[in-house]
Design a protein around this ligand. Structure first.
Ligand code: NDP
Length: 392
C-alpha cells in the first residue's frame, strides 16, 4: 500500500491522479491533499478521500476549510501556508508525492519531497526549470526516485533502459519530444494578433489548467519541457529535438545509435502517465480507453514554426545561457501569461516580454534555494516593467 500526497489536488493533474488512485484502493491511499484557494473543492476531496492532512496554501482560508469539514466524518487535520505545504510533501503522511502545483509556487514543496526521500511523481515542470541542479542534489541526498508525469518525459522514461548510467552508455543519440502544436498550429503571426484567453485555452487534444494551456499555445510549454528533459535525463540541448505531432498519440521518442527509435504511444489522457508512475515498476489500469490505431489511421509529423512561436527558441537560448537564465525565462513567462489571461497583454507580446526580461536581468550563477528565489523575484519585477511598457 502506497500513501500518496497530492499537492495541487484541485487542479487538472490532481483530478486525474485521484481518479487513478480511487480505482485501486488496495494499492493506494491518500495521505495528504493541498489546494491554493479552492476551499470548496478541497473540502469535497477531503470528504471523499479522508486524508490525514489537508493544506490550503492561502492561510486566510484555513478557518473556511475547517468550517466546511466540521460536520464531516473524517479525521483530517487542517493546516495552511508554505510550511504546511512542506510538511505535506516531506512529513510522515506519505511515501509518494504527486507534485502538481502550477508554477514557481510548487518549487519548495517539490524540493522538500525530494530531500525527504519520497517517491516524487513530478508534474510541476517549472520547479525543474528553475532549480534542476538543486532538485538533482535533493534527490541524491534523499535517495528517493523521481518518476516524470509530464507525458513527454514519462514517455522518454519508458523508452530508456530501466537502469543506465547516462545517455552515452545507453547508446542514446537523441531525445525527440513531440508537441501537438497547440490550438494555433499553422496560424500566421498576423492571425494571432487578436486571439483571446478563451481561444488560447481551447487545446485540441488535452484538457489542462489555464497556465499550461497558454504555454502550449505559445510553444513555451515545449521550451520548458526541453529544459526539463535536459535536467531529468542529462541530455545536452543539441540532443533534444522537438517534432510537432498534431494527433498527440506518440508522446515522445528516444533515438538510439543503431538507428532504432523507441516511441511510447497512447491516447492523450494524463491518467496513463499517472498510473505508470504510481504503480512503477508494475502496471495498473488507468481508466484510459484502448488506443484504436485503425480509427486514428495516420500519424503526422512536422517541424515547429519557430519564427511565429518564438518562445521555443527563447527556451533553448536560456538553457544555453545557463546560470539564472532558465529562472528568468520561467518567471517572465509566468508573469506574461498571467497578464495575458487577465487581458492586460496581447498574445503576441508574451515572447516579447520574455525576451526583454532576459535582456534586462543581469546574469548570475545560482547555487542555492535563496539564490533561485532571489532571481525569480528580480525577474518578475523586470517582467512587470516590460508588461507595463508593452501596453503603452
Ligand atoms: P491547474 O491550474 O489545473 O491546477 C493547479 C493546482 O495548483 C491547483 O490545485 C491549485 O489550487 C494549485 N495552486 C495554484 N497556485 C498555487 C499556489 N500559489 N500555492 C499552492 N497551490 C497552488 O494546473 P494543472 O493541473 O494543469 O498543472 C499542474 C502542473 O502540472 C503544472 O506545472 C503543469 O505544467 C503540469 N502539467 C500539467 C499537465 C496537464 O495535463 N494539466 C500535463 C503535464 C504537466 P486551486 O485550485 O486552489 O487554485
Amino acid at each position: 500500500m502506497k500513501t500518496v500526497a497530492v499537492l495541487g489536488a484541485t487542479g487538472s493533474i490532481g483530478a486525474s491522479a485521484l481518479d487513478v488512485i480511487a480505482r485501486h484502493p488496495d494499492r493506494f491511499r491518500v495521505g495528504a491533499l493541498s489546494a491554493h484557494r479552492n476551499v470548496e473543492a478541497l473540502a469535497a476531496l477531503c470528504r471523499r478521500f479522508a486524508p490525514d492532512l489537508a493544506v490550503i496554501a492561502d492561510a486566510s482560508l484555513e478557518s473556511a476549510l475547517r468550517d466546511r469539514l466540521r460536520d464531516a466524518r473524517v479525521a483530517t487535520r487542517v493546516a495552511s501556508g508554505a510550511a504546511a505545504l512542506i510538511e505535506a510533501a516531506s512529513g510522515p503522511h506519505c511515501d509518494t508525492v504527486i507534485a502538481a502545483i502550477v508554477g514557481a509556487a510548487g518549487l519548495e514543496s517539490t524540493l522538500a519531497a525530494a530531500r525527504a526521500g519520497k517517491r516524487l511523481l513530478l508534474a510541476n515542470k517549472e520547479a525543474v526549470v528553475m532549480a534542476g541542479p538543486l532538485l538533482r542534489a535533493a534527490l541524491d541526498a534523499g535517495g528517493g526516485a523521481l518518476l516524470p508525469i509530464d507525458s513527454e518525459h514519462n514517455a522518454v522514461f519508458q523508452c530508456l533502459p530501466a537502469e543506465h548510467s547516462g545517455l552515452d552508455a545507453a547508446g542514446v543519440r537523441r531525445i525527440l519530444l513531440t508537441a501537438s502544436g497547440g490550438p494555433f498550429r499553422g496560424r500566421t503571426r498576423a492571425e494571432l494578433g487578436a486571439v483571446t484567453p478563451a481561444m488560447a485555452c481551447a487545446h485540441p487534444n488535452w484538457r489542462m489548467g489555464r497556465k499550461i494551456s497558454v504555454d502550449s499555445a505559445t510553444l513555451m510549454n515545449k521550451g520548458l519541457e526541453v529544459i526539463e528533459a535536459h535536467f531529468l535525463f542529462g541530455a545536452p540541448a543539441e540532443r533534444i529535438d522537438v517534432v510537432v505531432h498534431p494527433q498527440s498519440i506518440v508522446h515522445s521518442m528516444v533515438e538510439y545509435e543503431d538507428g532504432s527509435v523507441l516511441a511510447q504511444l497512447g491516447n492523450p489522457d494524463m491518467r496513463t502517465a499517472l498510473a505508470h508512475a504510481l504503480a512503477w515498476p508494475e502496471r495498473v489500469a488507468a481508466g484510459v480507453a484502448p488506443l484504436d490505431l485503425l480509427r486514428i489511421a495516420r500519424l503526422d509529423f512536422e517541424a515547429p514554426d519557430r519564427a511565429t512561436f518564438a518562445c521555443l527558441d527563447l527556451a533553448y537560448g536560456a538553457l544555453a545561457a545557463a546560470g539564472n537564465a532558465p529562472i528568468v525565462l520561467n518567471a517572465s513567462n509566468e508573469e506574461a501569461v498571467a497578464a495575458f489571461l487577465d487581458a492586460r497583454l496581447p498574445f503576441l507580446a508574451i515572447p516579447h516580454v520574455i525576451e526583454k526580461t532576459l535582456e534586462n536581468t543581469p546574469s548570475a550563477g545560482v547555487d542555492s534555494l535563496a539564490g533561485v528565489i532571489d532571481s525569480d523575484l528580480t525577474a518578475r519585477r523586470v517582467a512587470q516593467r516590460m508588461i507595463a511598457s508593452a501596453k503603452d
